[in-house]
Design a binder for this molecule. Structure first.
Ligand code: GDP
Ligand code: MG
Ligand code: K
Length: 299
């Protein structure tokens, strides 16, 4: 599922209400994305959508609390928002070309000052303005912040959206495919399945394994008579020593994790389950993913 040239990462889209954030996501969806349903993985991870191609995956995530609030934001919400902006790979700051600069933008730009994450200015709704107006806007916003890229688009008509996706990919690090290409939309249980495996691994290894281990679903499909669900999943750890612990003597620990998880998954899905588990060492990325969880992706 991962090869050396695969790129992946997290992208946060921020901007005042009605600038076109949802329209942009929907346009990308129209091509290849799948929006996550309003099921557990959404409430937990605040993932808005996942865009997958042959050699890249972009996980669009929501950043609660970054829009100018009607009332004073709690410290916690503010911290969550700030941390999220630091943890993602790219921030897309979207504005409405028709409206120009406003106080809502001022609020957001203040928040952006404290992060080193690359920020793109996405100027949306260019179908509504004259090119001269666009140049003026670009000049104005250039003076407010050191945007890494400035990309004019029309999310509605799709103009330049491909270019924006290309530029996003250019800034993503090499990394794994976090989510299956066919996505979880119709399978909210996928997320629960990986959490069940994670839970068993943590429980059985006690303090020896940090809570930051991740479980990634490689495949989940019905086969044969349709009564058995085949699941392949990878447990990702940070160090070789942890891999050894998870696998156990002659594979005994991994077998135990698998058996216990399988019991729960069969109960969850109401069908027979064939579960194949792998263990992989990956140094950095899963840590980031867990941090994302810790930074407010929990409810
Ligand atoms: P959000 O609040 O940022 O998610 O904004 P929405 O995606 O809901 O868009 C708000 C409104 O702007 C909707 O009526 C969209 O149809 C419209 N809109 C979004 N993108 C464009 C665009 O590129 N051009 C034009 N003309 N309208 C757009
Ligand atoms: Mg919206
Ligand atoms: K970062």
């Amino acid at each position: 599922m991962t090869n050396n040239n695969f790129k992946s990462g997290f992208v946060s889209i921020i901007g005042r209400p009605n600038v076109g954030k949802s329209t942009f996501l929907n346009h990308v969806i129209g091509q290849k994305i799948a929006i996550m349903s309003d099921k557990p993985q959404t409430t937990r991870n605040k993932i808005q959508g996942v865009y997958t191609e042959n050699n890249a995956q972009v996980v669009f995530i929501d950043t609660p609390g970054i829009h100018k609030p009607k009332h004073k934001l709690g410290d916690f919400m503010m911290k969550v928002a700030q941390n999220t902006l630091k943890e993602v790979d790219i921030v897309l700051f979207m504005i409405n070309a028709e409206e120009g600069y406003g106080r809502g933008d001022e609020f957001i730009i203040e928040r952006l000052q404290t992060t080193n994450t690359p920020v793109f200015l996405v100027i949306n709704k260019i179908d509504q303005i004259h090119p001269d107006q666009l140049f003026l806007l670009i000049d104005q916003y250039k003076n407010l912040y050191d945007f890494k890229e400035i990309v004019p688009i029309s999310a509605l008509q799709g103009n330049n959206v491909e270019t924006l996706l290309k530029q996003i990919k250019a800034y993503l690090p090499e990394g794994p495919q976090y989510y299956p290409a066919d996505q979880v939309t119709d399978h909210p249980e996928r997320f629960i399945v990986t959490e069940l495996i994670r839970e068993k691994a943590l429980h059985l290894t006690r303090e020896e394994i940090p809570h930051s281990i991740a479980v990634v679903m490689d495949s989940m499909e019905k086969r044969g008579d349709g009564n058995t669900v085949y699941i392949g999943a990878t447990i990702i750890v940070e160090r070789d020593s942890q891999k050894g612990i998870i696998i156990g003597k002659k594979g005994s620990m991994l077998k135990e994790i698998g058996q216990r998880a399988r019991g729960d998954i069969e109960a969850l899905l109401g069908s027979k389950v064939f579960l194949e588990l792998w263990v992989k060492v990956q140094k950095d990325w899963r840590n980031r993913m867990t941090q994302l969880r810790d930074f407010g992706f929990n409810e």
